[in-house]
Write a protein of this length. Sequence first.
Length: 317
Amino acid sequence: MMNQPILCIGELLIDFFSNEVNTTIVESQTFTKKAGGAPANVCAAIAKLGGEAFFCGKVGNDPFGEFLYNTLLHENVHTDLLIKDSSHPTTLAFVSLQKDGQRDFVFNRGADAFLSIEDVPNQIFHKMNIVHFGSATALLPGQLKETYKKLLVDLKENNCYISFDPNFRLDLWKGQESEFIRLAYEFISKCNFLKVSDEELYLLTNEQELTKAVTVLHQFGAKSIAVTIGKEGTYFSYNGKSTTIPSIPVQAIDTTGAGDAFVGAVLYQLGKVNNPHNLSFDDWQTIIAFANKVGAKVCEKVGAIEALPTLDELENL
């Protein structure tokens, strides 16, 4: 079976990046508009590599929503399940880098929070075998959170292959980390593939040793676990075996979206096998090695979706 359809659910939003360096948002005069949202980045990565990617989420019925809709179309993402909401504006995030290296962050949440279960047609359960939950905003209060949780249960009961990336953002969860952890474990307990950064791994488990922390997540139900560890590559654990799979050397300019590109590359490959539930450890090592290359290549350019490589660009790596 080739190119099984893959569904990514969550937020699609506008990131406004300050064009001034060493400044706050108050002081910034100009911003660059970029399409953002972790699951949308994953979706675009799958499509850019040649996979069949469907995005499910909500944007405002406004110029920003139109820009995001056009961005996904340009990347050959299926937009059948992208809803334009006339009652709420598109979600916006503003980011600048301060003098001490910290981010100045303002989040104006809008339409993405209002995806309801009624917005998602029942036929997706029959069409999609692989579904990715990977949203920085989906676990925040709102209809999207309840929709996310309901879809997780329904899709799992339908024997879908579940991918999850918690995408922890301190800017969104400061002071409420324990609530984030509690909600994340609902998805970890049901996921077949879990991708976390090393920082997320230690936050979620309260362990400081990598193998112990990974064991905790396996005990909660995660079947295969990829821990991205920057330029060192990825620590991967599955079915009682584990190893560190190296990345490739690159001149990193911007790491934005590298993790999403990694996940997209994993899912793209899972969509090309008959049954992703029955992969061997050797199969997984090949999959992760390829995904490491995709994640690394993204770091060579500025932006997330714009920096995603095609298969041709990866041929000689």
